[in-house]
Design a protein around this ligand. Sequence first.
Ligand code: 2P0
Length: 331
Amino acid sequence: MLGDGAVAVAHPNIALVKYWGKRDERLILPCTDSLSMTLDIFPTTTHVQLTDQNTQDAVLTDGAVARGEMARRITAFLDVIRERAGRTERAMVETRNTVPLGAGLASSASGFAALALAATDAYGLSLEPVALSRLARRGSGSAARSIFGGFVLWHSGASDDPDPDLASYAEPLAHAHLDLALVAVLVETGPKPVSSREAMRRTAMTSPLFPDWLATTRGDVTAMREALAREDIATVGEIAERNALGLHRTMETAVPPVRYLTPTSHRVLEGVRDMRARGLPAWATMDAGPNVKVLCGGGDAQRVAGELRKQSGCAAVVARSGPGAVLRKKV
Ligand code: 2P0
């Protein structure tokens, strides 16, 4: 018999100061705080339906049966929820993404945020958003931030905290109202060569720059919060670009190196520097993939997108600040 069900929607987020490196792999505790903006594009919609007929969870992602690592991660995540809810039914999970999977556009953030909300509702757990962010973190670190809309801070929590799970959660930055837009230049939409989970592990274990990366990121979070509070877009853009370039430098010195940026990514980066030199304020950030995301003021977004399309020949999508995860009525 079919049991309870729920549908939730969540959006990806772009980290202005990045998360890269875990101090606990099982609980997904990051080495540093990170700070992001939730976007209004590429939502993920997830339907969770409980059933007492099946002996395993069944997961459909964009109409295809999820297997291997992704299926294992989703079942492990549902196990955490089942244990808390004291329930044993298996789930049928159906997820629809509007973002190209695995292209460094954070489908795992929107995916695990939507799954956390839909699954907790289906299993009869009602969690406050901060508690939900803690739970979403167990699926994928960056998903903790997609629980909230707008600008969001994810706390790493202190390593000597008696309850480290409780200490690491996301919360919205209530006083940040900057009119920031993001232009996502879709350099490539194929799957990435190395998963971000593996790349993060390799970077932390082997890159000689990793300790510097952690120290710089800690300073960047503080400076970014101050710049957001003053609505100082140039400083926000400069810190974000520097932090992203530092992240890629750090990964590229891992053994073996992790290289997500392609010659096209580098051409787009050059185009962004060129726009700045011509007096059009724009700054680049890149995640675990070749796509370049360009930050600019809301009023400049269409012009920046037009220039980037012309310069790169790639599709460019404009995003603005978006909402946190929400439950939808089932249809
Ligand atoms: C971020 N990224 O802060 C960073 C910057 C990519 C580059 O969080 O292992 O999918 O599931 O916790 O969250 C991508 O990594 O990794 C990511 P897990 P996740 O957005």
